[in-house]
Design a protein around this ligand. Structure first.
Ligand code: SF4
Length: 442
């Protein structure tokens, strides 16, 4: 494997600048960059500057000078970036200068200085889906690594076992993001419901109060912060049931992203996943009773080694019974170093492709039916984009995560802006999207 490109990050200034640094850091992490605690280990150093007061300017220029001397390859961003001439006159060797909130420009400059290494099976965010999150939503990572050993996955071999972040650190980060205008937080990790197992649910103090690093506790606390909280990469362990109560109470979004991967017991065993799908169906039914509005997103792998037609049909039938609202599907591909490579019965590419098509067709029929049932309802949506020329706003409901799920398309909404929370009446639907009319701005 090629060496992971490594970044040094010096962050100066106010909490907003810190959030900017975190955003830049999150994006680069998702793209496979590592961070170095010192100048020596970094391929390039980003200096996020402050230019509010003269003293802050002087401090920023000094920090740039130090990075140039110690490392030599420096990208400057942040508030002082608006004075590019001053920076270049003082430190002619800097590679690039960008201004505050110009995340994309910084990431581009990093790509130019040290190109990313593509690792499609290790990254939480696939390369093709990567973009910087706009200000109104953000990803909140609660842990790294994974204690599971799914046979098709090499993440634990690369990132190691689960390492949970202290609850207070997660909550302070969430609070900072919300304070800077974020309306929706996507909780991510490799195994969200295992949060805290590694640290034995240790407590840490959030505004003086002890909070345990436990899945339910962190969900409950995040639910008090006044933003949309969306859970990704949840595994259906028994303690997930309690979190459904928080969804029913409106504290967190009625949305669960659970990568089930398959439903046939033999395949789940070969995948080394928890297997009892009968019980899972009963649990999904119980969740829906507690929280009728719950949307379940899942991903599935078709054509896993040894998958027979019978196994595949079992998966299709399970999908129908579970009524998975949003399903994504991948054709199995061997990953270098994964245990599943050694399994018998690799499925020919044309069979994988055919099964992919059949699964997506089944999933689309479920999605179409479920969305049609929402026509006539009044719901809250979050605006992602406004297309002025077309007089149309693209928003999302509580049942849709950005990038991967559907949209709510609102006509006659040119006065809106990204990040607005509005109430709409649903007037139509298709396979994946809803159509609506604005009723009120929240
Ligand atoms: S749960 Fe399985 S697929 Fe997910 S990161 Fe852990 S080992 Fe990989």
């Amino acid at each position: 494997m090629s060496k992971q490109p490594t970044i040094g990050l010096v962050s100066l200034g106010c909490p907003k600048a810190l959030v900017d640094s975190e955003r830049i850091g999150t994006t680069l992490r998702a793209q496979g960059y590592r961070f170095s605690p010192d100048y020596e280990g970094a391929d390039v150093v980003i200096v996020n500057t402050c230019g509010f007061l003269d003293s802050a300017k002087a401090e920023s220029l000094e920090a740039i000078g130090e990075a140039v001397n110690e490392n030599g390859r420096v990208i400057v961003t942040g508030c002082l970036g608006t004075e590019a001439e001053l920076i270049r006159a003082t430190h002619p060797k800097v590679l690039a200068v960008t201004g505050p909130h110009q995340y994309e420009a910084v990431v581009e400059a990093v790509h130019a200085a040290v190109p990313p290494v593509e690792r499609p099976f290790e990254d939480l965010v696939p390369a093709e889906g990567l973009r910087l999150t706009p200000a109104h939503y953000a990803y909140l990572k609660i842990s790294e690594g994974c204690n599971n050993r799914c046979s098709f996955c090499i993440i634990p071999a690369i990132r190691g076992d689960l390492v949970s972040r202290p609850a207070a650190r997660v909550l302070y980060e969430a609070e900072r993001l919300i304070g800077s205008g974020t309306k929706e937080l996507m909780v991510i990790s490799q195994d969200t419901s295992a949060y805290g197992v590694d640290v034995k649910y240790a407590t840490s103090k959030f505004h003086g109060r002890p909070v345990a690093a436990r899945f339910f506790d962190i969900c409950e606390e995040l639910g008090k912060l006044g933003a949309w909280i969306r859970l990704h990469y949840v595994y259906p362990y028994p303690h997930v049931d309690k979190v459904i109560d928080l969804m029913a109470a409106g504290a967190i979004l009625p949305y669960l992203d659970i990568p089930f991967q398959h439903a046939a017991p033999g395949i789940l065993k070969a995948m080394r996943r928890p297997a009892n799908q009968e019980k899972t169906l009963a649990r999904i039914a119980a969740w829906r009773q507690t929280c009728p509005d719950l949307a379940i997103r899942s991903t599935f792998i078709v054509g896993f080694p040894g998958e027979t037609e019978e196994d595949f049909v079992q998966l299709l039938d399970w999908l129908d019974e579970a009524q998975i609202d949003r399903a994504g599907c991948f054709e199995y591909e061997p990953v270098k170093g994964a245990k599943s490579n050694d399994l018998e019965g690799h499925v020919p590419p044309e069979v994988k492709k055919e099964r992919y098509g059949r699964l997506m067709e089944r999933a689309q029929a479920i999605s179409t039916r479920k969305l049609a049932a929402k026509v006539g309802r009044t719901i809250d949506v979050l605006v992602d984009e406004v297309r002025q020329g077309e007089d149309v706003a693209i928003a999302r409901s509580k049942w849709d995560a950005p990038e991967i799920d559907g949209q709510v398309i609102i006509e006659g909404a040119a006065s809106l802006k990204p990040g607005d929370l509005i109430t709409v009446k649903i007037t139509g639907s298709d396979e994946y999207d809803l159509f609506g009319k604005q009723i009120a701005k929240n």
